[in-house]
Design a protein around this ligand. Structure first.
Ligand code: NAP
Length: 314
């Protein structure tokens, strides 16, 4: 198959950190244009909006959307309606209904929609899923604690409605949990902690249950300084499985397993190419559904105000 001509939209942190390097290595895609209001990519055509990009370059067959979730639906809907294949950064949208709408649009226009979950491509995730298939699982403990100032410098959208707050990274853990567990889980309790000046939580504690009495607990926090923690520990009758560093490392009963090098975004673009050539879509909203359940069912706690750059007096 000739490389698919692709336009990249929303040139910010993740576009530069991951999408551009992966696209430069991909033989499946030819990055021909970018659309971003305040940024551009050297060496290709640049536009201020997706509309202008698709108007000027009808040869673009696919777009990959890297903007924050609140701005994604309108652009995705426009691209799908114009017959373009669409890849969405995680989370796939600000609401479940808009994601469902996009899935319907992709089907009716005969194009591929890929709601990507990059953490599912972490090297430990596939082997963890395979190992857990044969085990009786008792308990899962997720600890996802990172420093929002380090990973999301100045990104005020993250604390706006639809930005998900601490669930922006926490949904990565949920995307792994929903991939590796061989059974469904449902939320039974949650507490969400909101800074008094923000619309989205800075920390969350979640409890889920599984059909065999399995307990799944998750502690998410955006206020972690020093070492960062992205761990999932699964206790089973056959031993304890630990995924750490966001799924990059896997150990069984403390013994580290040999892993392929990290290549999450290369994996995502390979999957997007596969979907396009098979004429299929891949839209699994389950991680976003668990987050929506936490907003529906969680208790609310309020904590001190949060500022990316604390005023000098603080
Ligand atoms: P970002 O740098 O703040 O945003 C990306 C770009 O989107 C912005 O630079 C902006 O470029 C454009 N944009 C379009 N509409 C916007 C709006 N309404 N508000 C703000 N920016 C808007 O964010 P990011 O870290 O790249 O994250 C974007 C998405 O990638 C999120 O869904 C996030 O969960 C996901 N992600 C992020 C990371 C990470 O490490 N940061 C990792 C994996 C996934 P213009 O102003 O030029 O239009």
């Amino acid at each position: 198959m000739a490389p698919v001509k692709l336009g990249l939209v929303g040139i910010g942190k993740i576009a530069r950190d991951q999408h551009l390097p992966s696209l430069s290595r991909s033989s499946d895609f030819d990055l021909v244009a970018a659309a971003s209001r305040n940024a551009g990519v050297d060496g290709i055509a640049n536009f201020a909006s997706t509309e202008e990009m698709l108007e000027a370059m009808p040869e673009i067959a696919a777009v990959s959307l890297c903007m924050p979730p609140q701005a994604r639906h309108a652009v995705a809907a426009e691209a799908l309606a114009k017959g373009k294949h669409v890849m969405l950064e995680k989370p796939p949208g600000a609401t479940l209904s808009e994601v469902e709408h996009l899935a319907g649009l992709a089907a009716s226009h005969g194009v591929s929609l890929f709601a990507s979950w990059h953490s599912r491509e972490a090297p430990g995730v596939g082997p963890a899923r395979d190992w857990l298939k044969g085990q009786r699982i008792r308990k899962v403990a997720v600890t996802w604690k990172e420093d929002v100032r380090l990973w999301h410098p100045g990104q005020d959208w993250i604390f706006e409605p639809g930005g998900l707050g601490v669930f922006d990274p926490g949904i990565n853990a949920l995307s792994i949990v929903t991939r590796i567990l061989p059974f469904p889980i449902w939320l039974t309790g949650a507490e969400l902690t909101f800074p008094e000046n923000r619309q989205a939580p800075i920390a969350a504690s979640l409890v889920f249950a599984g059909p065999g009495g399995e307990a799944v607990e998750a502690e998410l926090d955006f206020r972690q300084t020093g070492p960062q923690t992205w761990d999932i520990v699964v206790e089973t009758d056959g031993g304890t499985l630990t995924l750490s560093m966001g799924g990059a490392k896997l150990s069984i009963d403390g013994e580290e397993q040999a892993m392929a090098p990290e290549a999450e975004y290369d994996g995502l673009y390979a999957r997007f190419a596969e979907l396009i050539s098979a004429g299929q879509s891949d839209v699994d909203p389950s991680p976003l559904r668990h987050v929506a359940d936490a907003f529906l069912f969680g208790r609310r706690a309020v904590t001190e105000p949060f500022f990316f750059d604390p005023p000098a007096a603080l």
